[in-house]
Design a protein around this ligand. Structure first.
Ligand code: TYM
Length: 343
């Protein structure tokens, strides 16, 4: 049987990139799973605190993310949905794995560099007087991610392309553990969704992201139809005539074509562009907005319904999910502690 694990940071209501790159895939895997498969989805609040968070905002954003995960169709009676901080085994395994994790490997990872805005210029960064800015938690972020996956002995991890590097690291860390203590973990497979990288509407060379300071750069799953139309109307394209698919030469237009295709579960982008070839930019944007509005409508309705049920309902779901996740993680930790002489 498969064990599917994935995680998402509590950034509040997720954006279209999170949805097409991850959440929709989670729901698909849930529908196609056989009864013996285990599905586990985590709101990774311990990862979120590698960036400073205001406590009230974090509380709110965890709740919003949970409501959104349910709204896209994850069924808490079928899948385990939980908040990472309620399952202490994640942090316990992280410590154990960090004892075998190479700082050289971690220093080559790109995420902390982009979070600190040091780009690829990491050597200059490290030799300068900047190191106090790099906190240990942000540096070791991938070790906690490896622990998330391994503590449930996951076999598949559905993610967007930006997480592929972290999954390679996970397999590396598992291999190191195995050569010291014997095999405990399956080596988890990376499952990339067809929408690997949805780009920003304001800068199509950057991925759509919650940390972009410009809200019009992203569509949120509960944006109103008016907001969605407005954001697409403002999307950066180019001044060429007609629609073609060429991500290098026409990144903005190609991103819109991709979004239009993914909303229909198509990946034949050239054909899709060809069907749209006579559209003006305004017509293209209207069409993309229309299909996104229709596609997100049921999610927005469901989110509203869940919000009306109130915090008590979400608290019950979170507590029940955490209980099941602790059980799943503890089974692995018994093996880990035994293998290491910690039992
Ligand atoms: P996070 O919270 O940044 O993103 C959650 C998921 O959404 C995908 N994603 C995108 N896909 C396509 N286009 C985009 N513009 C886009 N933006 C985000 C991400 O690839 C991801 O699948 N480190 C992880 C969270 C994590 C995790 C884990 C994931 C912690 N532990 C264990 C898998 C397994 C993160 O920050 O994702």
């Amino acid at each position: 049987p498969k064990v599917v694990f994935s995680g998402i940071q509590p950034t509040g209501v997720p954006h279209l990139g999170n949805y097409l790159g991850a959440l929709r895939q989670w729901a698909d895997l849930q529908s196609s799973a056989s009864p013996s498969d285990k599905l586990i989805f985590s709101i990774v609040d311990l990862h979120a605190i590698t960036q400073r968070q205001a406590p009230e905002a974090l509380r709110l954003h965890r709740r919003e993310m949970l409501a959104a995960i349910l709204a896209v169709g994850i069924d808490p009676n079928r899948s385990i949905v939980f908040e990472q901080s309620r399952v202490p085994q994640h942090a316990e395994l992280m410590w154990i794995l960090s004892c075998g994790a190479s700082t050289g490997y971690l220093s080559r990872m790109t995420q902390w560099k982009s979070k600190l805005g040091v780009g690829e210029d990491a050597d200059a960064f490290a030799s300068g007087n900047n190191t106090p800015r790099l906190k240990l938690g942000l540096f070791s972020y991938p070790v906690l991610q490896a622990a998330d996956i391994l503590v449930h002995r996951a076999t598949e991890v559905p993610v967007g392309e930006d997480q592929a590097q972290h999954l390679e690291f996970t397999r590396e860390v598992a291999g190191t553990f195995h050569s010291s203590y014997g095999t405990v973990f399956p080596l988890p497979k990376t499952v990339l969704s067809p929408a690997r990288r949805v780009m920003s509407l304001r800068d199509p060379l950057q991925k759509m992201s919650k940390s972009d300071p410009q809200p019009p750069s992203r569509i949120l799953l509960i944006d109103t139809p008016e907001e969605i139309s407005k954001k697409f109307q403002k999307a950066v394209t180019d001044s060429e005539e007609g629609v073609t698919y060429d991500p290098r030469a026409r990144p903005g237009v190609s991103n819109l074509v991709q979004i239009y295709a993914h909303m229909q579960r198509r990946t034949d982008f050239h054909n899709v562009a060809n069907e749209l070839k006579d559209c003006t930019m305004k017509e293209l944007k209207d069409k993309v907005a229309g299909i996104v509005i229709e596609g997100l409508r049921p999610i927005r309705d469901e989110y509203e319904r869940i919000s009306k049920e109130g915090d008590r309902y979400l608290e019950i779901v979170a507590e029940e999910g955490a209980r099941k996740a602790r059980e799943s993680a503890e089974e692995t930790m018994v093996l880990v502690r035994h293998a290491m002489g910690l039992a």
